[in-house]
Ligand binder design. Structure first.
Ligand code: ATP
Ligand code: MG
Length: 272
């Protein structure tokens, strides 16, 4: 459904993405992995029309949609859960959900969608009239998922949904990712915590300095000693103390996985 072919992104002289090819079909969960600055967010943003693709193509259901306006891509069925969640702190949970449904003019169907979201994320139902800025980081992540799902997407790109959350919330967020895939929605799951992402995804792609350096099914990526040493080392040490010493080699390039507890995250919401 969503494909990028040799996608390239530049910021002036900075070449952030140097040819990324990936594809996400209905119900696929695809992990997009890589260290800080590897080009994951740039890949997502260019796919969503939020930054210009400098080269290559974005295809949607076979059609060339490269550099389409973001709202047009949302209407086509491509949603983004952005890096840092970006919920609108002064607005209520319900109002944030409503925003996600801007493509949908029918009040009745927006209402149905909202009750689906409340069924899926009961914590949001209890807090529907609370300002989003007062929610914990994990609740805000659920809200960001809900808001994206309100556009009835066929594919959702999620940029590091687990970052900064407590282990319990990370678990819940990852379960929600799997559930969303289970609904037949394609998911591009951007993560630095490769072990966790590959536990949910069926396939994975590893970016290094803007290029795909590895791809394959999750099982083989998890077991590939080269991958473990180069990309998963840190996560293996942290997540599986029982893993073999060679698998746990130091020098993994991934960010810390277990964030702080799950505090109110109002300070993180700098959106209007
Ligand atoms: N707006 C920008 N202007 C200039 N350079 C940028 C901009 N955004 C990203 N970059 C650069 O592009 C490269 C890729 O960044 P990107 O944010 O896509 O990586 P990432 O894999 O998402 O990293 P992270 O894990 O830190 O989120 C980096 O070198 C980054 O410094
Ligand atoms: Mg990023």
């Amino acid at each position: 459904m969503l494909e990028t072919v040799d996608l390239q992104v530049s910021y002036g002289a900075v070449r952030a993405v140097l040819g990324v090819t990936l594809s996400v079909g209905p119900g696929d969960v695809v992990a997009l992995l890589g260290a800080n600055g590897a080009g994951k967010t740039s890949t997502v943003r260019a796919s969503a029309g939020l930054v210009r693709a400098a080269g290559g193509k974005v295809r949607w259901e076979g059609q060339d949609v490269t550099n389409w306006q973001p709202h047009r891509l949302v209407r086509a069925g491509l949603a983004v859960v952005p890096e840092g969640r970006r919920v609108f702190a002064p607005m209520t949970v319900e109002e944030n959900l409503e925003l996600g449904a801007f493509t949908n003019r029918s009040a009745a169907s927006r209402k149905d969608l909202k009750s689906e979201m409340y069924d899926m994320f009961p914590a949001l139902a209890q807090r529907r009239h609370i300002r989003a800025g007062l929610l914990s980081g994990g609740e805000q992540q659920m809200l960001a998922f809900g808001r994206a799902l309100m556009s009835k997407p066929k594919v959702v790109m999620m940029d590091e949904p687990s970052i900064g959350l407590s282990p319990v919330m990370v678990d819940r967020v990852m379960r929600a990712v799997a559930d969303i895939g289970g609904l037949g929605i394609g998911v591009l799951l951007v993560e630095q915590n490769a072990i966790m992402a590959l536990a949910v995804a069926q396939t994975g792609i590893v970016l290094e300095r803007g290029k795909c350096v590895l791809s394959g099914d999750s099982e083989s990526l998890r077991n590939d000693p080269g991958v473990v040493a180069a990309f998963l080392g840190d996560s293996v040490i942290r997540d599986s103390p029982e893993s073999s010493p060679s698998a746990g080699r130091k020098g993994g390039k991934l960010r810390e996985t277990s964030g702080p507890a799950d505090p109110p995250a109002s300070t993180r919401n700098d959106d209007p």
